[in-house]
Design a protein. Structure first.
Length: 193
């Protein structure tokens, strides 16, 4: 029996494998995308990275069906908000990362649900983007040895948002990784503030 269109469409929103060209293409596409598209897709990539990081804390033999039951439809970790709260509760990151994840989620929601034209220069979006402090916090982290960055004090709202998204995706992939090489990276990361 052929798959229903709804089920087939749902596979398009499934998680990415960040070691593939598809993930790189998705990130690269954002540089030329309109603000609304960039904000929604970038936030989806961050949410996907958070899902991946949370999976790093699950038992190794969880089945695909069990994972879908947790993260999809009405699963307890199906919303971006629930994933953010669980990541903080597990100690994946601190208050600064949690705050920026919430802001990224809120900016995504504004772009996704606004019935009017908005962009990163729209006052509430620009103000929220200026409240992203994750990169500034990691720039001050003396324990951090990899993915070093500079503070973003002079960045325009879209650049600040996109830079935060990119470093958050990378850090979440390190924080949720397993294996001996990942432990070395986590140590070099110095934790997520």
């Amino acid at each position: 029996m052929p798959r229903s269109p709804r089920r087939t469409l749902r596979t398009l929103s499934g998680p990415l494998d960040f070691g593939t060209d598809t993930a790189s293409e998705a990130l690269n596409e954002l540089s030329t995308a309109p603000d609304r598209v960039a904000a929604i897709v970038a936030a989806s990539l961050v949410e996907d990275s958070l899902r991946w990081a949370l999976n790093g804390y699950l038992i190794l033999n969880i089945s695909d069906d069990e994972e879908r039951a947790l993260f999809e439809n009405a699963g307890i970790l199906s919303s971006f908000h629930a994933k953010i709260l669980m990541g903080k509760a597990l100690g994946l990151y601190g208050s600064v990362a949690r705050g920026d994840l919430m802001t990224i989620k809120d900016i995504r929601n504004a772009f996704a649900h606004a019935p009017r034209r908005i962009d990163f220069n729209t006052a509430p979006i620009a103000d929220a983007s200026q409240e992203l402090h994750y990169i500034d916090a990691i720039a001050r982290n003396m324990d951090r040895q990899i993915l070093l960055t500079k503070p973003l004090s002079e960045k325009i709202p879209r650049e600040r948002f996109m830079a935060t998204v990119r470093i958050m995706i990378l850090d979440l992939h390190i924080a949720g990784g397993r294996g001996p090489e990942q432990e070395v990276y986590k140590e070099q990361l110095g934790g997520m503030p």
